[in-house]
Ligand binder design. Sequence first.
Ligand SMILES: Cc1cc2nc3c(=O)[nH]c(=O)nc-3n(C[C@H](O)[C@H](O)[C@H](O)COP(=O)(O)OP(=O)(O)OC[C@H]3O[C@@H](n4cnc5c(N)ncnc54)[C@H](O)[C@@H]3O)c2cc1C
Length: 408
Amino acid sequence: MSARDSEVTWLIVGGGIHGTYIARELKESDITPDDLMVVDSKGELLASFRRKARACGMETLRSNYVQHIGPSPFGLERFAEAKVRDDELISTQNSQPRPTLDLFVEYAEQVIERFDLQELVREATVTGISGDGPLIVETTTGSIRAANVVLAVGPNERFNRPAWAGDMDRVSHVWDEPTAPPERIEDGERVWVIGGGTTAAQFATSVADQAASVVLCSRSPLEIALREADPRWLNWQYITKQLHSLPPGSQARYDRLRKARKKGTIPPYLQRELDKTDNLEHHHEELTMVLETRDGLRLTGEQGAVHQADRVVLATGFESVYDQPLVERIASKLELERGHRGMPVLEDSTLAWRTRDGECSRIFVTGRLAEGSLGAFAGNIPGARRAAERILNPQPQRNPHQAASPSP
Ligand SMILES: Cc1cc2nc3c(=O)[nH]c(=O)nc-3n(C[C@H](O)[C@H](O)[C@H](O)COP(=O)(O)OP(=O)(O)OC[C@H]3O[C@@H](n4cnc5c(N)ncnc54)[C@H](O)[C@@H]3O)c2cc1C
């Protein structure tokens, strides 16, 4: 291990949208590159987001063009104009335009290059954190001492697989390798896509050209919503009123978040895509069994109805973000406080994870894991900006049970 690697002021675990955003913000502050490190399992910034987006055949983002990893809200728009790619900002009813995936990713790559962010990355998996003074971050390539750690580990990499799905070659999860939809199916197959959210709908439309038929099968009727939550959740004043007025880590916070997040919804533009795809139908039923037969797969629904398919692709999401093994290990080793269902108990004004004796640790949290303080868009792109505001420019301490004034 080099001297440089042995001790840093800030260590970010995860080089996804959130880790990259915070790394850029730190790089822009007075932190020298030697004081900052990003440890990521893939070793490449944004690799995980890119892989998942391509795996479900995503062509445009759901969020709008001011939400990205750059420093200025209009940076992506200016990038599009300069490259004469304004047509990749797709106009959207009742919203600002949304960028295509290619435009979003290419702009992100330009930001990474401009701020030399990739040079901060060490390819390794963090396996644990310990230490009373400086934190000792254990990784698969050795340990690193860090004064502060930002956990930006993203959603749980363990995917939800319904019990009936078993273990068959022809039944896979949308995030399993290989990544691109055309490689997932063979021409002329009858494909069933299981799930009722954006990923399922996106995948279903993207393989329709290649498949003989596609059935999008969800437990309940499809729900349509432009965004994952009410846009007021982007506003600190609203977040403070809705969440910070409730005890940190409480079931009341958890329930409010669940109610606020329009989980398993699809945006109207995707619904139109589903409607106009001739060989695609929506079916709403809870499946209970799948069997491999000589003719392919035999699917059984809860009312006993039987269906035939050649391939099943699960778009059934991730396991709970709070149940990640690393999160469990860190909380237990450093005696960090956890609330309802394992939600990390954070200091709302700084996103520092509190210890069981009520002190603030030097572990800061962003992404979905910080939703108890950041609100319904915590795991989304705008959540990264919100997190950086708190971690890097902590707000004055407030009475935790009183609604406070908005941050600038
Ligand atoms: C297909 C798709 C489309 C989306 N579209 C939008 C959208 O349009 N708008 C929007 O706002 N949000 C969108 N989201 C939601 C959200 O913005 C993304 O999931 C985003 O990638 C979350 O960023 P993150 O940094 O929290 O997680 P990730 O991007 O998943 O990054 C986490 C990183 O941490 C690394 N990591 C994890 N554990 C360790 C460890 N122990 N050691 C080292 N490294 C580790 C992983 O390798 C990964 O690189 C989308 C999500 C998906 C999956």
